[in-house]
Write a protein that binds this ligand. Structure first.
Ligand code: ATR
Length: 499
């Protein structure tokens, strides 16, 4: 009888749930599947008859057909759906059964659920999963957090289904208790926003400089052979080369009216272009994890300026109508003699600035991990986080290897930029970054991520900042006091005292 029981249940057969279920089944686990709307679960099983998937219609039947401790992976819409499903499952489960949430839940929800379920002796894991549809199917990066005992019980499954690097190093690791797994995934997405924005800015700079899409693709392809190798660069090459053919495989998903009037949509676009990219509306959307990361930066007082610039760029992109109007009103102030509206670009220097900006994005994300680890008592292992990011996930890049080495040498490193592994990247990149920011600025091309990277770098290396002025101003208008450089104590000065 027990031989027929399933090893694990996956609840939620939308894209990610279905692909993870298939991935688990590929690895010789017997997988029970369930979906609120049963037809989707039946369709998933019918589309994959060769896989070991058993469909269950009710939660009762599902739970009754699982080996103990039962392992249930929820892949449903983040938010209320997760709470509702947990509530329905609770009366059906026994002590030490394991509920896992593999969706994009906010880490605070995960922390709360972890604590609530502890009271019921149910083991809970919040599992960050990165890699999108293809990653879920072929090998994602997996960031589980919560009950360590639960992790130990499911580690073999995570190891089997995760992405592998260097032949067989699995891109999965236990991140810490409570909401640590979802936190690590959230910040991953914040870094992803920054890296995507950096790449988009390079595209914009090269375009402003007269490069064609194919030439820009060649630049990224060349970089990708060296230290700048990354998944996001790889897909950028493909995107730049994609022609705008009438493609029968392209689906019109929703016939919704755009919020941007037709008269504004194509402004500034190359409407004759043969490339798909040139016909894609310049508005980027987001699902919230990038915003959450930045909110955490604000909460924990960590400068995430480059991550924030990635988020802001998306917000500003949404203001298409306003931007078109402003483009007709606001002068560029570009000095035609010096800059001719065209940034002066040296490709090798641009590559060096790219690597440094990417490093700074990681440095900010990992600085947030360090603060969070302390604030939430997680004992995060930064080397292990970097190792997990090496495969399967969207920000996988060659730069993660020296990042791992840096944390291997000093697990307590205060800031990645201070690790000697990056001396060469910094010395080659910093002058290039300065030149890039100034030439873009003189040409009137916005590169907020690069500009933030440079401002962060210079702020970080300022042994004496301008904050003495801020302190003096606060004391002046609000008697908020200040401290002195030459002696201990807290002081107030009567700034207005005329006597
Ligand atoms: P998508 O990822 O396609 O946008 P979604 O609305 O995020 O879809 O939902 C993802 C999964 O969560 C689906 O399996 C959905 O079940 P249905 O197919 O029945 O819609 C599931 N889901 C959403 N709300 C749920 C709830 N309250 N209880 C159980 N499952 C739920």
């Amino acid at each position: 009888m027990s031989n027929n029981l399933c090893d694990i249940a996956v609840l939620g057969m939308a894209v990610m749930g279905k692909n993870l279920a298939l991935n688990i089944a590929d690895n010789d686990y017997k997988v029970a599947i369930y979906n609120r709307t049963t037809s989707k679960a039946i369709a998933a099983a019918e589309e994959n008859p060769e896989q070991n998937l058993s469909v269950f219609v009710t939660l009762e039947e599902l739970v009754a057909n699982l080996k103990r401790p039962r392992k249930l992976l929820l892949m449903v819409k983040a938010g209320a759906a997760v709470d509702k499903l947990i509530e329905s499952l609770l009366p059906l489960l026994d002590e030490d059964d394991i509920i896992m949430d593999g969706g994009n839940s906010h880490f605070q929800d995960t922390q709360r659920r972890f604590e609530e379920l502890q009271q019921h002796d149910i083991q809970y894991l919040g599992v960050g999963v990165s890699g999108g549809e293809e990653g879920a199917r072929r090998g994602p990066a997996i960031m589980p957090g919560g009950s360590k005992a639960a992790y130990d019980a499911v580690a073999d499954i995570f190891e089997a289904i995760s992405a592998k690097v260097n032949d067989n190093e699995a891109c999965e690791a236990y991140m810490g208790s409570g909401g640590a797994g979802h936190y690590v995934k959230m910040v991953h997405n914040g870094i992803e926003y920054a890296d995507m924005e950096i790449i988009a800015e390079i595209y914009s700079l090269l375009k402003a400089n007269g490069y064609s899409n194919l030439e820009i693709a060649d630049v990224f392809e060349n970089w990708d052979r060296g230290d700048l190798s990354s998944y996001l660069s790889e897909i950028t090459v493909d995107i730049l080369r994609e022609k705008d053919l009438e493609n029968p495989e392209d689906d019109l998903l929703d016939d919704i009216e755009s919020q941007v009037g037709a008269e504004y949509r194509a402004v500034g676009a190359d409407n004759e272009s043969e490339f798909l990219l040139d016909h894609i509306l310049d508005i980027s959307e987001q699902k919230g994890t990038g915003k959450w990361t930045n909110q955490e930066g604000l909460e924990l007082h960590v400068d995430l300026s480059i991550l924030y610039s990635g988020l802001n760029a998306r917000y500003m992109s949404a203001e298409k109508t306003l931007r078109v109007q402003a483009s007709e009103i606001l002068p560029a102030g570009v000095d035609a003699e010096n800059a001719l509206g065209k940034p002066n670009i040296d490709i090798e220097e641009l590559g060096n600035a790219f690597l440094l900006a990417r490093l700074i994005a990681y440095a900010q994300g990992f600085a947030l991990y360090k603060s969070a680890s302390k604030a939430y008592g997680w004992d995060l292992d930064y080397k292990s986080i970097a190792a997990t990011f090496r495969g399967g996930c969207i920000i996988r890049s060659k730069l993660l290897v020296p990042i791992m080495e840096a944390y291997d040498k000093n697990p307590d490193l205060d800031n990645l930029l201070l690790a000697d592994n990056f001396e060469a990247a910094i010395s080659q990149g910093i002058t290039a970054l300065r030149k890039l920011v100034s030439t873009a600025s003189l040409a009137g091309v916005a590169i907020p991520a690069f500009s933030s990277a440079l401002a962060y770098y210079d702020s970080l290396r300022a042994a004496r900042s301008q904050a003495n002025m801020i302190s003096a101003q606060r004391d002046y208008f609000g008697a908020h006091t200040y401290r002195r450089t030459d002696r201990d104590g807290v002081y107030h000065h009567e700034w207005n005292d005329e006597t």
